[in-house]
Design a binder for this molecule. Structure first.
Ligand SMILES: C[S@@+](CC[C@H](N)C(=O)[O-])C[C@H]1O[C@@H](n2cnc3c(N)ncnc32)[C@H](O)[C@@H]1O
Length: 458
């Protein structure tokens, strides 16, 4: 096809050379003055693509691949049958080496570390498949009217596809999907319909403790009565001896949130246990726990290395979740203060330190943007601060308070290189120097980048 330029419009077909990568891992190409984002492509691809959205004022467009006519990176057969349709694993058809190279590129381009920043060797995941310890599935209704359980097709949050086997999670998660689907269809259970705000089943979350083998099933429903939940739990427990906890949670709101405001343990324990050597953690249904247990342990060890604590030094652990990083720091620190908005997570953090005989951690629940300011105002000081904010990065008031607290070293744990870049610019503008950067591959097969950065004052 000719490469003649025609003013782009939705539906138009273009041929382009992909030469860039967005921070979300999508290929980017130039078409005239426009930058076109094309999902499922990587630099070195030449593709014929159909334009979907065009934003003329911003000279931006989005397109879908129609055909790949050339590629510089080798493509392999994806392990998963749902690859291509599923919105989860964008890069399963790339070799693991290439995935790592692409992630390193995304981080380099987003953060643009200065030449004197030491770049640590990427911590590759030893198991690029079946590593996820938690997966959230959605209920849907197929064309035949039967209950389906699955994941969302790429970019289509209103739809799901019926899942066979997910290769990112332990096989027990896919078995739970199958067993619950069979039960739901046998007993004629209904699926929640967002538009009508009617129907029962909304989400299924499966958590798997990689070191102990314990499994938790969380069923999220609407407020419609669910008397059969006990029968379902009994059936699952009979079939899966490692099923340690079945939790039923009710989400009355329209918001598609997989954990409701009213919860009940249907059978087993209220939480499962997993080990990040040398600590044992209790994981409640709603608490954040790093999704890749093995990589979490290695990452927390790296955080301790980078904190480089001397005797008597104190640490702040902002956005501490269930206290994983705090506990690891407690081995070297005189005192650790963890700050976290989720009360459930703080309860787990307190329990986790008691369970592990740790006595030098204190956990405070509330928004970091308020609590860091309070710590500053009451004259607290920390030699080291670890900050591990959610995807959006640090709230500007939390960042301001962190800067005012003047910790000598800041270890920034980021799950979003773009937000990291913004926060890093603020830290460097206030006297911090980026010293070290390292990628941790927490979520293989996906473009997700987890980054550790060490900043020093002065
Ligand atoms: C990426 S997780 C890090 C958790 C923890 N560091 C770990 O590794 O397990 C981010 C955490 O920030 C918490 N969070 C989100 N917004 C917050 C806020 N405004 N203030 C404090 N914590 C917040 C979330 O509940 C979550 O536990």
């Amino acid at each position: 096809m000719s490469r003649e330029y025609v003013k782009p419009k939705p539906g138009g077909v273009i041929e382009v050379d992909v030469d860039g990568l967005s921070v979300k891992g999508h290929g980017m190409a130039s078409y005239g003055e426009y930058r076109v984002t094309i999902r499922g492509t990587v630099p070195g691809d030449t593709v014929i693509a159909r334009l979907r959205k065009v934003r003329h004022r911003r000279r931006e467009a989005e397109a879908r691949v129609v055909d790949r006519t050339d590629a510089s990176l080798e493509r392999q057969e994806a392990a998963c049958n749902h690859f291509g349709l599923c919105g989860g694993c964008l890069w399963q058809d790339l070799t693991y080496d290439d995935q790592i190279l692409l992630k390193e590129r995304v981080v380099r381009e987003a953060v643009q570390p200065a030449d004197d920043v030491e770049i640590g060797q990427t911590l590759r995941a030893p198991s690029p498949l079946q590593y996820r310890n938690k997966m959230e599935f959605s209920f849907g209704t197929g064309e035949t009217g039967l209950v389906e359980i699955g994941l969302h097709p790429a970019g289509q949050f209103g739809r799901i596809f019926d899942l066979g086997l997910c290769e990112l999670v332990h096989p027990v998660a896919s078995e739970m999907v199958e067993d619950i689907r069979v039960f739901a269809n046998e007993r004629g259970l209904s699926v929640y319909d967002l538009k009508q705000h009617l129907g029962l089943l909304r989400f299924l979350t499966v958590r798997y403790a990689a070191q102990t083998g314990e499994v938790m099933v969380i069923l999220t429903t609407s407020e419609e009565p669910f008397p059969l939940v006990e029968d379902l739990a009994i059936r699952l427990v009979e079939k899966h001896p490692d099923l340690a906890s079945v939790v039923h949670t009710i989400n009355r709101a329209k918001a598609q949130v997989a954990y409701g405001d009213e919860s009940r343990v249907v059978c087993g324990k209220p939480a499962i246990n997993d080990r990040l050597e040398p600590f044992m953690f209790e994981i409640s249904p709603a608490s954040f726990f790093q999704p890749n247990t093995f990589q979490a342990e290695r990452m927390f060890e790296r955080v301790v290395d980078l904190a480089d604590l001397s005797e008597g030094e104190t640490c702040l652990d902002a956005y501490c979740g269930t206290g994983g990083i705090s506990l690891f720091l407690s081995q070297m620190a005189a005192r650790v203060v963890g700050v976290e908005v989720s009360e459930d997570a703080i309860r787990d953090a307190v329990g986790n330190s008691a369970r592990n005989g740790v006595e030098n951690c204190q956990f405070i629940s509330g928004p970091a943007e308020d609590l860091l300011g309070q710590l500053r105002d009451q004259g607290d000081r920390f030699d080291v601060a670890v900050t591990d904010p959610p995807r959006a990065g640090m709230h500007h008031r939390a960042l301001r308070a962190l800067i005012d607290l003047k910790p000598e070293r800041i270890i920034y744990v980021s799950c979003n290189p773009a937000a990291l870049a913004t926060d890093a610019a603020a830290l460097t503008a206030h006297g911090y120097r980026m010293e070290y950067l390292q990628l941790v591959d927490m979520l293989p097969q996906t473009p997700h980048c987890e980054v550790l950065v060490r900043f020093c004052l002065g």
